[in-house]
Design a protein around this ligand. Structure first.
Ligand code: AMP
Ligand code: ZN
Length: 469
């Protein structure tokens, strides 16, 4: 049962709305998955981290979530205007492999990155090439309802048939029209510049590897139709939540809404969640621009991938985030300090249920205020400072970590100078000797001397470990 209110910015209404799914206590959630022609860069992964927090938060406050994600392995062309080469074909050429080989390779690599970042795999993961029949059925429905037309061998969606094609973007300014953007080549077959391809039968690329039979000839689906059809296949005609990075708003999500609602004849998705971009100094990180940083690169440089998760959680998902190694180093220092403080908490005392509930409420209120993860972290720091038992602190930390997924109770993260390590270990050995000789005064003296230097000792069956605040 869900008792808490959750407020979330909705790109469709352009305001922070109370999140109310169609069915009580259940959420249907769709996520645009990766185009698997290259490694995911850490910008893509910012989006997947924030979507993961959103899904986990919904579960945390009691929703039963069904989340579906596609894998784009066909039909995503180099340009938003339905021209240029299929990104998958370009990727296969680049590597001298088949499209299916690179799809498998980069899909596996994507999920490996997700695992390293503690991103949960959605309940359903569906490669686009699995659902050709579904696209054909949906396009047939669009013909039946008068929204599709054939031109120059391709099947297009006629956007002029809709009263509010630009509902998601909020304005219909000319610069949004893909056909007139500088970087977009015009497709002369389109009746209206904003029309888009549903099915390519006459690809100008003979190298297109994957093609299927259809009522309109051999061809392949457009990118947008994939997400509408895969969403409907697994979640039916109503979606509560749809997510992606802000670059997906136009034209991808705009076109998804157009074709879905034209086919089903009613509203489709109530809440749209978009994550702002991760930029580096050269601008938006983008697979096609080649300025990509991956999880493997971070690992090679010695960073725990969860440091990057921390880096993302420290900022609000609706603000662009600039990546530099200096700011990542700050996140690393903070993450290490946090883990060390948690490792120093002794699991002792009684569980204070009142305090537990109070802090949990505060956490829900803060994260539930438009996914304010950095305020969620503030509540976590308040728990660390609170005058409550170690048992209560650890229970709260584990509880919050169901959403944050930072492995907070997974042990200390320390890198100390040799000098410090040598000193502390010498003192620990001396203390053990003092205890053996029942010299309790000297043992306490050593503990206090170390405590003054911010070093906490923890005794266990395995011996004495230490952490530094
Ligand atoms: P793609 O693999 O290009 O289809 O993109 C996968 C996801 O990453 C989509 O939700 C995009 O909107 C998102 N995305 C792409 N570039 C960035 C970026 N620089 N920062 C954050 N999200 C991004
Ligand atoms: Zn999509």
């Amino acid at each position: 049962m869900v008792n808490n209110k959750f407020y979330l910015y909705n790109t469709l209404t352009k305001q922070v709305d109370e999140f109310i799914p169609r069915e009580k206590d259940r959420v249907s959630m769709y996520t645009c998955g990766p185009t698997v022609y290259h490694y995911a860069h850490i910008g893509n992964l910012r989006s997947y981290i924030m979507e993961d927090v959103l899904e986990k938060f919904l579960r945390y406050i009691g929703y039963d979530v069904k989340r579906v994600m596609n894998i784009t392995d066909v039909g995503h062309l180099a340009s938003d205007g339905d021209t240029g080469e299929d990104k998958m074909v370009a990727g296969a050429k680049r590597e001298g492999k088949t499209v299916m080989q690179i799809a498998k390779f980069y899909e596996d690599a994507f999920f490996e990155d997700c695992r390293a970042l503690n991103i949960k795999t959605p309940d359903v993961v569906e490669p686009a090439t699995n659902c050709i029949d579904e696209y054909i059925k949906l396009i047939e429905k669009l013909f039946e309802n008068g929204y599709a037309y054939e031109a120059g061998g391709n099947i297009y969606f006629d956007t002029s048939k809709l009263a509010d094609y630009y509902a998601l973007t909020g304005h219909s300014s000319d610069d949004l029209l893909v056909g007139v953007r500088d970087d977009v080549e015009a497709d002369g077959n389109k009746r209206n510049k904003s029309d888009f391809v549903l099915w390519f039968t006459k690809s100008k690329f003979d190298s297109q590897e994957l093609k299927w039979d259809s009522p309109w000839g051999v061809g392949y689906p457009g990118w947008h139709i994939e997400c509408s059809a895969i969403g409907m296949k697994h979640l039916g005609e109503h979606l509560d939540l749809h997510c992606g990075g802000v670059d997906n708003i136009f034209p991808h999500h705009t076109n998804e809404i157009a074709q879905s609602e034209a086919a089903i004849g009613h509203g489709w998705c109530r809440h749209w969640f978009h994550i702002q971009h991760l930029n580096d100094r050269a601008g938006k990180m983008s697979k096609s621009k080649g300025n990509i940083l991956t999880v493997s690169v971070l690992k090679e440089k010695g960073y725990d991938p969860l440091v990057y998760r921390m880096f993302c959680l420290k900022s609000h998902y609706r603000k662009p985030l600039e990546f530099t190694f200096d700011t990542l180093d700050n996140a690393k220092a903070e993450y290490d300090r946090l883990k060390n403080r948690v490792a120093a908490i002794a699991d002792e005392g009684e569980l204070d249920e009142r305090a537990f509930d109070e802090y949990r409420e505060r956490f829900i209120e803060n994260v539930g205020n438009d996914m304010n993860t950095s305020l969620g972290l503030t509540v976590l720091y308040d728990v660390l400072k609170a005058d409550i038992s170690g048992k209560t602190k650890l229970a709260l930390i584990n509880d919050f970590d169901r959403v944050l997924s930072l492995d907070l109770t997974g042990g200390a993260k320390q890198e100390h100078s040799d000098e410090l390590t040598e000193y502390v270990e010498r003192m620990i050995a001396e203390r053990a000797e003092a205890k053996k000789n029942k010299d309790w005064a000297r043992a306490d003296e050593i503990r206090n001397e170390l405590a003054e230097k911010g070093i906490t000792l923890k005794d266990s069956k395995e011996g004495t470990s230490w952490t530094k605040a």
